[in-house]
Design a binder for this molecule. Structure first.
Ligand SMILES: Nc1ncnc2c1ncn2[C@@H]1O[C@H](COP(=O)(O)OP(=O)(O)OP(=O)(O)O)[C@@H](O)[C@H]1O
Length: 527
């Protein structure tokens, strides 16, 4: 790279420059080798007269980030002649280059969930150390070299900033400020309204980046390239500012819209609930039949399971819509008028169902199924539901009909078997639904029970430390065998559900399974 006619030399400091890896606004990155130790690093080289000396800024942040997962190590920094250099861990390609090379219009949901989980964790770490990244984008997320190729690293701290100064959060300001960040993903507040960046803006940039990856051809304001004039930049900002979350996320799993809204609702100084969102994206992956791990496996493995399209936020998914339309066209309504009168439709459906049940009925006649009257076949989940979730929801629907303890005990035993049927130990929404039904049936079927899975704002802020959960669950396991009444057992299930819900991974431990098995045994004894 040259600056004012200066060509980069072959050796800078003790580093022999081997290959140009990339160039950015502020300089160039080379693979370089130490001339004595042979250590290989990425050497970030910048001319000392550069108008924006980002290497100097960046150098200040590495010491605070050293040792953090997904943070590159800084080995050396200095000035040699006209060149300022940083020697950092040599890493792999950026998400930007992996995605571009894939040639795909969108990235697969599994990879996007892994990126979400990992980058949220990286931001949590940076923020915990008092630093904002302020330039979240695909080019600044890179994977490691083997054996760390499944780990995402954050790079480029040239725009980073300490947001804790003398023990206090930096102040907000009403004064409009020059924009720092990138055109594509910087938050609306920072980019379009000139607000002071804080932790919420790093997260909003991530939300936009994730939505971009799942949107064919990307977010609309990224499609015309970098704006070359102020007028073009103003148009871009207007487009970004006016894009509503529900429009940006149409057709995507609802978690993405929720995440974007959540980021935008955060107060300037508010600490984001990183654990909650890592959980949400992990659950989204699990619900779509993917592993619960956040390993970024690239290229995405060919799924052995039936691949599941993202869940829709509002409209029914296309498969389901097609099925409903298909059902409707086959519905034989005879001469009955159907439009404008709901009772006619219901009557028609009843007739169609009756006809379908008649032994000689025309096989063309169909049944329109809703979630509640779906087939009794436990093995075929409806679209967008894993087999495991489906089996659990079926079990939950049987709980209100289990009128004696022995029947409840059998359902709990079956629940445990289904929970153990794959490697995931996360208690999902359906699992909590089963526990809710169980509490209700054990305590008083006529009362309303607040679902355990709904976290209150307070719960979200104070995710329970792991040892608190372990202690409670171990106690429940010990005591369940001596509980004397169904009311006491209901309380224990409630405690188990609450403590599991408040724990960060919502996982069921060995003691958790022990408790559920003990519960099934105790119900048999109390029958
Ligand atoms: N440690 C590294 N190991 C391998 N490649 C790297 C490393 N750091 C950066 N790169 C490559 O160089 C590119 C530019 O790096 P970086 O973003 O740090 O530089 P920059 O000059 O600040 O760029 P920008 O103009 O995007 O802000 C990256 O997208 C990446 O492809």
């Amino acid at each position: 790279m040259s600056h004012s006619g200066d060509a980069t030399p072959q050796v800078i400091g003790n580093w022999w420059l081997e290959e140009l890896l990339g160039s950015g606004y502020s300089g160039s990155i080379y693979r370089a080798r130490h001339i004595y130790t042979r250590q290989v690093v990425a050497l970030k080289v910048q001319h000392v007269n550069h108008e924006c000396p980002t290497n100097l800024y960046e150098q200040n942040f590495y010491p605070c980030l050293q040792g953090g997962e997904g943070m590159p190590t800084l080995y050396a920094a200095g000035v040699e002649g006209k060149w300022n250099y940083l020697a950092i861990d040599l890493l792999g390609p950026s998400l930007d280059s992996l995605f571009k090379k894939s040639g795909k219009e969108t990235m697969d949901l599994r990879s996007v969930c892994c990126i979400a989980m990992q980058v949220i964790a990286r931001l949590e770490l940076m923020h915990a150390r008092g630093i904002l990244h302020r330039d979240i984008q695909l080019g600044n997320c890179v994977i490691g070299l083997p054996p760390n190729e499944k780990k995402i690293y954050m790079i480029d701290f040239g725009f980073s900033k300490k947001y804790i100064s003398q023990g206090r959060h930096i102040p907000d300001s009403k004064a409009k400020r020059d924009f720092i960040g990138n055109y594509w993903f910087s938050s609306v507040g920072v980019h379009c309204r000139g607000k002071v960046p804080s932790r919420r803006d790093d997260l909003e940039a991530l939300a936009l980046m994730l939505i971009h990856l799942l949107t064919p051809r990307g977010l609309s304001w990224t499609r015309n390239g970098v704006p070359k004039t102020d007028a073009a930049h103003d148009i871009l900002k207007r487009e970004k500012q006016s894009a509503r979350p529900e429009d940006l996320c149409q057709g995507l799993p609802v978690e993405f819209e929720d995440f974007l809204r959540y980021c935008r609702r955060l107060q300037f100084q508010e600490t984001p609930d990183y654990a909650q969102w890592i959980d949400e994206f992990q659950e989204l992956a699990i619900e779509n039949g993917y592993p619960d791990s956040d390993d970024f496996v690239w290229p995405p493995p060919v799924e052995r399971h039936r691949s599941r399209a993202p869940r829709r936020s509002t409209a029914p998914p296309p498969d389901e819509l097609n099925r409903i339309l298909h059902d409707l066209t086959n519905l034989q309504l005879g001469a009955q008028p159907v439009l404008g009168d709901r009772t006619n439709i219901e009557e028609a459906v009843r007739n169609a169902k009756r006809k379908a049940q008649e032994p000689d009925s025309d096989r063309q006649a169909i049944t329109i199924s809703s979630g509640s009257d779906a087939s009794d076949d436990d093995t075929i989940p409806p679209p967008f539901m894993t087999k495991k979730a489906y089996r659990i929801s079926k079990l939950a629907s049987k709980v209100p009909h289990a009128t004696d303890n022995s029947a409840l005990s059998n359902l709990i035993a079956e629940f445990v078997t289904v929970l153990k049927s794959n490697t995931s130990r996360t208690l999902t929404k359906d699992g909590f639904g089963f526990l809710d039904a169980l509490v209700k049936q054990l305590a008083d079927p006529s009362v309303f029970v607040i679902p355990m899975r709904t976290r209150s704002k307070d719960d979200q802020r104070s995710a329970e430390p792991a040892n608190a959960k372990l202690g409670v669950v171990a106690r429940l396991r010990r005591e369940v065998g001596s509980a004397r009444t169904n009311g006491r057992l209901a309380q224990m299930v409630q405690d188990f559900g609450n403590v599991t819900n408040r724990s960060s991974g919502r996982t069921i431990t060995k003691d958790g399974f022990g408790f559920l098995e003990g519960l099934a045994r105790r119900l048999e004894e109390l029958d």
